[in-house]
Ligand binder design. Structure first.
Ligand code: FAD
Length: 389
């Protein structure tokens, strides 16, 4: 009898927990089970890349433990439990906790499994020693690992790499950034805005190595010797790899659920399998895989309605992203990928940049604001096309 079977959410990140909170506003009684490969602590992931400067320890970033969340949500939360297989015909999950396999029946299933850091192959004896910081446990490892260190190499000058460079330089570390493109944040903002961020971080002491890649990482007397593709060499104590994330799709894929970059859903967050939904970083919602908070909040609100019995499509309005490079903040509404159009500067000086992404039909499809121009974000957001028409 599927009608009495629980709603099961795989994942206790912001997607899983926001959905559970929204669902409990509408339905206090349906059995709710949440499963997490980690300790299930409730924390705000964006705070990971501002924690050093704010002197916040991993423990201080936890807002609630899994036990507290279970009580508030009237849910059962299975921690350190990894779902290893799902059978969408019989609606059964197989999961592993320690050395034990268990099975669990679901009535409705939500995949809120997040994304994995992208790893690039590197050569050298220290190649496996780069830290990727994509969740609280990664942050805990880095936090412990950086004790006593003075210098850090950040591989990747995208959103997360720039935020860590901004944070670590203000926390007193010597910071190097290597980025293959010739500008920072190149997939999000036009060159003048990237330059403004680079200048601010350079003034604060960050060393940039743009237009090149890391070739070798080798252990050298307690630190790491870095060889770049352009022939230059550096010596650093620790290395962070921040070259992007990739939705976790393996479980869905093995179960025959449709995936592209992420787990494919319609606007009801429904996947190709009956009563299986996807939300957050792992989901490709009607063609949009957006690994940010605002889309998962919109999705959680709509999906809670659907799970509670009122099918509700999600609508993505214009959702600008604030990049927390506090030395030179950026607010960007990136144009849709493959958008036909170009960036046009309205202002570009030493204090700020304003750029609009104008489509070939004249529509404003995105904008980038850097420095003191960020405060104009609300006005720009109002004029910009919604992500879902
Ligand atoms: P996650 O938080 O990754 O949660 C995934 C959950 O799934 C975890 O509980 C995991 O244990 C569980 N899981 C996965 N596989 C399994 C399995 N097989 N079995 C059981 N459990 C499993 N976005 C913004 O909008 N603004 C920002 O300022 C911002 N800053 C960021 C800074 C950093 C450093 C990072 C890394 C990201 C930032 N983001 C920001 C992105 C944003 O944090 C993410 O989009 C969001 O937190 C993703 O939430 P999620 O719940 O989808 O995934």
């Amino acid at each position: 009898d599927f009608s009495r079977a629980p709603v099961v959410i795989i994942g206790t990140g912001l997607a899983g927990y926001h959905l559970a909170k929204e669902l409990r506003k509408l339905d206090q009684t349906t059995p709710l089970i949440m499963i997490s490969a980690d300790d299930g602590a409730h924390y705000s992931k964006p705070q990971l890349s501002t924690a050093f400067h704010k002197q916040r320890s991993p423990l201080q970033l936890v807002s609630n433990t899994a036990r507290e969340m279970a009580e508030t949500l009237n849910a059962q939360i299975l921690t350190f439990t990894r779902v290893t297989a799902m059978d969408t015909a019989s609606r059964v999950l197989t999961m592993r906790a320690g050395a034990h396999d268990q099975q669990l029946h679901y009535g409705k299933l939500v995949l809120a499994m997040g994304s994995d850091p992208v790893e690039i192959p590197m050569a050298g004896s220290a190649a496996g020693c780069a830290y990727s910081i994509n969740d609280l446990q990664d942050f805990q490892r880095f936090y412990t690992g950086i004790a006593g260190a003075r210098s850090v190499l950040v591989i990747g000058g995208g959103l997360i790499g720039c935020e860590y460079a901004n944070d670590l330089i203000q926390a007193g570390f010597d910071v190097h950034v290597v980025e293959p493109q010739t500008q920072l944040l190149g997939s999000l903002i036009p060159p003048a805005a990237g330059d403004l961020v680079q200048n601010a971080l350079t003034r604060a002491g960050v060393h940039f190595h743009l237009g090149t890649t890391v070739k070798n990482l080798d252990h050298a007397a307690g630190s790491v010797r870095v060889e770049l593709a352009d022939g230059s060499q550096l010596q650093v104590d620790r290395v962070i790899s921040a070259i992007g994330v990739r939705p976790r799709v393996d479980l869905a894929q093995h179960a025959g659920v449709r995936t592209t970059r992420g787990i494919v859903t319609d606007r009801y967050l429904a996947t190709s399998a009956e009563q299986v939904f996807a939300l957050g970083d792992c989901a490709d919602v009607d063609g949009h895989n957006l690994c940010y908070i605002a889309p998962l909040l919109a999705g959680a609100r709509a999906l809670a309605q659907t799970l509670a019995g009122s099918p509700t499509p999600v609508h993505y309005g214009n959702m600008p992203v604030s990049i927390k490079t506090t030395l030179c903040p950026v607010t960007v509404s990136p144009p849709p990928c493959n958008a036909d159009g170009q960036w046009q500067y309205e202002r570009s000086d030493s204090q700020g940049v304003i750029a609009r992404f104008i489509a070939s039909d004249g529509q404003l499809q995105g904008f980038a604001l850097a420095g003191d121009a960020c405060k104009q974000a609300p006005a720009f957001s109002e004029q910009t096309a919604p992500i879902m028409q």
